[in-house]
Ligand binder design. Sequence first.
Ligand SMILES: [Cu+2]
Length: 639
Amino acid sequence: MGATRREFLRLAGATGVGALLPWRRASASAQSPSLRKFIHRLPGLGPSGLPVATAVPYLGADYYQLTAGQYMQQLHPQLPPTRLWGYADATTGVHRHLGPVIVAQRGTPVRLTMTNLLPPVHLLPVDTSLPGADLPHNRMALHLHGGRTPWISDGGPFSWFGADGTYGPSAISAPDMPPPAAGTFNYYYPNDQSARLQWYHDHAVGITRLNAYAGLASAYIIRDLEEATLLASGAIPPNEIPLIIQDKTFKSEPDQWGQAGDLWYPSNYAATDLGPFGSPAPFPSCVPEFFGDIMLVNGLVFPSVHLEQRKYRLRLLNACNARFCTVRSFYAQAATFPGSAEADLRRPGPPFVQIAAEGGFLPDPVLLDGSRGATLLLAPGERADLIADFSDVPAGSILILYNDAPAPFPSGDSENDYDADGRRNATPPEPGFGPNTRTLLQIVVGSRIGAPDPHAPLKLPRLDPAPLVPPGVTDLPPGIRVRDLTLNEDFDQFGRLIQRMGTTLPVHEGTFARNYEDAPTEMPEAGAIEAWRIFNLSGDTHPIHFHLVNVQIVSRQAFDVRRRRFLGPPRLPDANERGWKETVRMNPGECTTVIMKFDLAPAPFFVPASPRTGGHEYVWHCHILEHEEHDMMRPLVVI
Ligand SMILES: [Cu+2]
């Protein structure tokens, strides 16, 4: 391993980090059956689409009771029903893929009791060689992604609880609620945060990527007075459409894990991807990244939505395991039959205006007209609120939301890119059918019915909380602690690619990388402001997600590994990255500097120290779920 890593660094110095990876990278693969596009209507928020969970008042909070279980749902008319895992409102027991959505109000806490009804056998291949995966399959940990919550309610990897009443070493249920029965757990969310789109998903150690892919994910919307004011004035449109984007592959034929129509997930590590020092990989094995061949929006395959000639607020979440997405609109080519239209890349649709990211509203609206440098790019875990104005789109037009982000990002491999020509398919799909990872959503624009949208200038509220560095400044404030950290890639004991975080002090021979279960090193004091300079020594862009805190991106700066020096001046984050964020793209060969304040979350109870790490145990990690699991995650312990 050491020799490999030294080789790596020498190569990095000699050739530039981006050119690093001759071992890339196909996962032994399957292909979904041919599915006709744009049949299903896009599920919206509500009983006929993505259901909204219902709350009752309890202990000064909105109280939700949810279950997690296995169920069947047909996700496309040409597919048999798919076996899924998901959450349901315990009061109804009704499962809907990616439901139920929680809508919270700033200042009103949420309490949540989750009951684990997951069956003992996972519906996907479990690689027990991964840290923490050699435990029962039906473990879960509910993480509120983006939530500033007490650590015991953060749902971190070791805070899992099993259906059988077993608990992970960091599992502590909210102490001012009745002790949980076997297989249940209580969470407390203060919601002391400005309006934003968060999401909640599973985070149990060793099986996060599988649980989330199986369906344990949904949206969590926080509303506040600032947003209500913008809505009342007409500055932002009332028509709100969540767009939760995922890629999946469906089994064409049965295998040991399920039937045709069930979710397919790789179980084989491609031998051609093994590094030179490997021994046979275990079976089933994790893979470097999972890329599906079918796009789902709001839980259904290739949906279509009918909109009017007016403005809409599109609330995007990239909930893919590993796939980055660009999101642009194009007019469709003339269709030979309904739904067969492909995007006409010479005819861009109306531009978007981005108004918010993970941490709420941006300082200023950002025009995204699809041109170079003004195209929305969302990595897994990132969110964007867009205003799309279809007022001037001729009635009867068809638009396609289109993705052409390379996968993996940014180097790309055409193996993972399913365009209309079916580049990697032995038989290209017929026009209007998938597999296809380019077309996300069909939008059919009809005449406006009813009153036109009110007009008001779009002035966004001030950043809340106030920024730590004035937007547009790449210098750090004097006197704060600066940590230097690294993102690394090498090989595990089987020769499989492994991604890990680390400091700049090696503890394992020949690498800066540390394992998730190595002793914590990022242990800020509560209330401290710190800047982290995170050097990406790998060939991938990693969306790094911070629990507890929102961060400001201060700068990105290219560096030379071998000479240990920067190349050129720091550059500002993109205009749509200048608000608060908690999932930040960190590019190969670049040092990304973020700044944050480690304020603990308010709680109406005494918050005990973590029995596992001491202090308030959180994590920071890559949100490519296959990276996070193997082993790109580190403790973040606030003391
Ligand atoms: Cu990563």
